[in-house]
Design a protein around this ligand. Structure first.
Ligand code: MTE
Ligand code: CO
Length: 424
């Protein structure tokens, strides 16, 4: 701690209590203010107290504080030829808890953002059904609706990291994910309304965007937990997330979550023979493709510290935090190591533990100022444990882009600066 820390000097005693408690999973650290510090930030009148503030009519729709300039989506221009068929990334290092604010949800479009007029919105169900139906948005809202919190992860998340550490920031390595509360109608209810014929085993979900994105969904999944969603985190979907209606396919790869959904065609086989509907495949070392890798495996990452979020306070009491998720259930446990895997500590989970949703974990410890090799390792409710990147490569080689759920390593130097590295 140096004088710049303006009195944020925790007592030695609280460190010890906290450090011991950290191992037990319950932390009660206090950061006491040092005595006798004359800090102008508290002793002087600040500008915001000196004048009246803006009134209730100033912001009909609220926006973040002007100081929160880092909490923005970012893209990597060299990754794609143009921003229309491209991706940007959620600033995970700026967030806490489990919910992704609507304005910070990463975006992945194949043909840009469709600006759909809700009055002209229609959803059609056709194909192997008793009755072909076209719903308006108002029709959809007359069905019983449900609320669920789910993560959406692009199958290509962390894809650039297969061959080795590449992008220097958790936003770029892991930011193709968001976690949102959806309000929508169970897809099962709409399919029941149309009456699926017994041969109907697959659904073709088609988007209304210029890309005409289409994906094949097995009927079993459609009848299980898919939603036709029109609200995210309580308000209307954002245009970039599929306004006014998107398909929610819990736990499964993001490309199946068709945005601006306009049609669901019931068929008796996946539509893979049609080139435009070909789904993502994972290329193995021998050139063989893995297919039907729909479920997202358990994964976790430390969001702070990370390359975009260094430790700023110097040695002393330090909070490590991150997120974990699994397409197969909940995350009962996350382990954290600060020495590259020599010793693992059980992290403290905080917040709702819901299936197919993000979970938040913390690990508090007293940093002695020496370099750290930080990693986290998720365990999901099926007993699956997040693998190392090397273990994944041994099975799938180095040609893959999709489904990289390997353990991420951050190297933190004596100054608290973090860097994306790999250790063997
Ligand atoms: N739906 C349509 N209609 N068009 C698209 O380009 N992209 C897919 C999927 N649904 C896409 C789409 C992909 S690859 C992903 S990862 C998710 O939407 C991204 O959802 P988001 O933009 O809400 O993050
Ligand atoms: Co995707």
């Amino acid at each position: 701690m140096d004088s710049k820390d303006k009195g944020l000097k925790p007592s030695r005693r609280s460190f010890l209590t906290g450090a011991v408690a950290a191992g037990a999973g319950a932390v009660a650290a206090t950061v006491a203010k040092a005595e006798g510090v004359a800090d102008p930030a508290i002793t002087e009148v600040q500008p915001w107290r000196d004048a009246l503030g803006a009134g209730v009519d100033a912001r009909p729709y609220g926006i973040p504080s002007k100081y929160e300039v880092e909490a923005v989506r970012r893209d990597v221009p060299w990754l794609t030829a143009d921003p229309i068929s491209s991706v940007n990334f959620t600033p995970l290092h700026e967030l806490d808890g489990i919910i992704t604010p609507n304005g910070l949800c990463f975006e992945r479009h194949h043909g840009g953002i469709a600006e759909v007029d809700p009055a002209g919105y229609r959803l059609m169900i056709n194909g192997l059904v008793e009755k072909e139906i076209v719903f308006t948005l108002e029709d959809l809202k007359r069905f019983p609706r449900e609320n669920h919190i789910y993560f959406l992860e692009c199958a290509a998340n962390s894809g650039m990291e297969w061959a080795g550490a590449q992008l220097n920031g958790v936003q770029f390595t892991h930011g193709m994910i968001h976690n949102v509360m959806y309000t929508g109608v169970p897809l099962r209810l709409l399919l029941e309304e149309a009456g699926v014929k017994t041969e109907g085993t697959w659904l073709l979900a088609e988007g209304a965007d210029a890309a005409g994105m289409t994906r094949s969904i097995p009927m079993e999944k459609a009848l299980d937990d898919c939603l036709i969603a029109f609200k995210m985190n309580g308000e209307a979907l954002r245009p970039e997330q599929g306004y006014p209606v998107r398909l929610v396919v819990p736990g499964w790869e993001g490309n199946m979550w068709v945005k601006w959904i306009r049609r669901l065609e019931v068929g008796d086989a996946p539509w893979e023979h049609r080139e435009e509907t070909s789904k993502y495949t994972d290329l193995l070392a021998d050139g063989v493709a893995r297919r039907h890798t729909f479920e997202m495996d358990a994964k976790s990452v430390i969001t702070n510290p990370s390359p975009q979020s260094p430790i700023k306070h110097g040695p002393g009491w330090t909070v490590i935090t991150g997120v974990a998720w699994s397409g197969r259930g909940t995350i009962p446990r996350v382990d954290v190591t600060i020495d590259g895997g020599k010793n693992w500590h059980e992290a403290r989970m905080s917040g709702p533990s819901l299936p197919k949703s993000m979970h938040r974990f913390y690990f508090e410890f007293e940093w002695d100022g020496s370099p750290l090799l930080l990693q986290s390792r998720a365990h999901d409710s099926t007993g699956y444990v997040q693998p190392t990147k090397q273990a994944l490569r041994e099975i799938r080689g180095e040609n893959s882009i999709y489904h990289n759920n390997g353990i991420q390593t951050w190297y933190v130097n004596e100054q608290g600066i973090a860097e994306n590295v790999e250790i063997s």
